[in-house]
Design a protein around this ligand. Structure first.
Ligand SMILES: C[S@@+](CC[C@H](N)C(=O)[O-])C[C@H]1O[C@@H](n2cnc3c(N)ncnc32)[C@H](O)[C@@H]1O
Length: 274
């Protein structure tokens, strides 16, 4: 592995609030992720790779599940958030790695996982090919990413119109940065295209109910980082941001969030779990 960095990632790992944003993502989506990891066969002795690990909330769970005879390799282009967690576990290693330019150790892992690492990058096929190549024959890849198709306000209102107008305004900016808001529904096809077999998928959708929701902190912190980007200056007015923040704190503003699509597939060549 090299230390070269090529990233078009829109978020800023050095932002003082980034750990809190990653934690909010984990609070929202870890329960489903852990259910999938257990069902896909993470067990005593497993070798697990977590790519783009973020803040590493489920590393303790993985450490316990694979035990002393297994191991976990967690990688990220910026390891500052996961390293303090991994340091507490002998069977967990955190390594700097750029999945846009570097291969993972090949053919070594029983289970490989990546969540919210594909939506940002047009090089989705290459990233999935790299993840798949890291699997042992019979090993399983689990990727999870958003599909924005389910996203939208529940009831018509002035706030709902403002929310839809804001999304429409941001869409071209996201697209110009390689973002694919519908990558979630494409995951099974992308896994098949990478040669994986026994591919299947399942989506989960959380609802936004203003400040009571696990989604509000994710949306708020992501919005704050986005409007702070130099190339996004002027895109969203201060009034629009103020109205957005009011909606995020409004217990009466209901909307459904993105679908977190989980898709999995197996590398052929051995029976699952063999
Ligand atoms: C949206 S966060 C998701 C974090 C974690 N997977 C989760 O779902 O909680 C995306 C992660 O990918 C990492 N990342 C961005 N570009 C990367 C690259 N080129 N190579 C490796 N990791 C990268 C970021 O540093 C960040 O930790």
């Amino acid at each position: 592995m090299t230390t070269e960095t090529t990233s078009e990632y829109l978020m800023d790992s050095a932002d003082p609030d980034e750990r809190a944003r990653l934690r909010a993502i984990e609070d929202a989506y870890d329960p489903g992720t852990l259910r999938h990891l257990a069902a896909l066969g993470v067990r005593e002795g497993s070798r697990v790779l977590v790519a783009g690990v973020g803040a590493g909330s489920f590393l303790p769970w993985l450490s316990e599940a694979v035990g002393a005879t297994g191991s976990v390799l967690a990688t990220d282009i910026d390891t500052r958030h996961a390293a303090p967690v991994a340091d507490q576990y002998e069977n967990v290693e955190v390594r700097h790695h750029d999945f846009l330019s570097e291969d993972f150790p090949g053919g070594q892992f029983d289970v490989v996982h990546g969540r919210l690492i594909l939506i940002h990058f047009p090089q989705r096929d290459e990233i999935i090919a790299r993840l798949a190549a890291a699997l042992k024959p019979g090993g399983t890849l689990l990727v999870e990413d958003y599909d924005w198709g389910s996203c939208g306000p529940a009831f018509p209102s002035a706030d709902a119109t403002a929310a839809e107008e804001l999304s429409a305004k941001l869409a071209p900016y996201y697209r110009e940065h390689g973002f694919d808001p519908y990558v979630g529904r494409k995951l099974p096809g992308l896994l098949r295209r990478a040669g994986l077999v026994d591919v299947d998928a399942e989506g989960r959708v959380l609802t936004l109910r203003g400040a009571s929701s696990t989604l509000a902190p994710i949306y708020t912190k992501s919005h704050e980082q986005l409007v702070a980007r130099p190339d996004a200056r002027g895109l969203i007015s201060e009034e629009e941001t103020a109205a957005f923040l009011r909606r995020m704190a409004d217990l009466e503003f209901d909307m459904t969030g993105q679908t977190m699509m989980a898709a999995w597939g197996r590398r052929a060549g051995a029976e699952a779990g063999a």
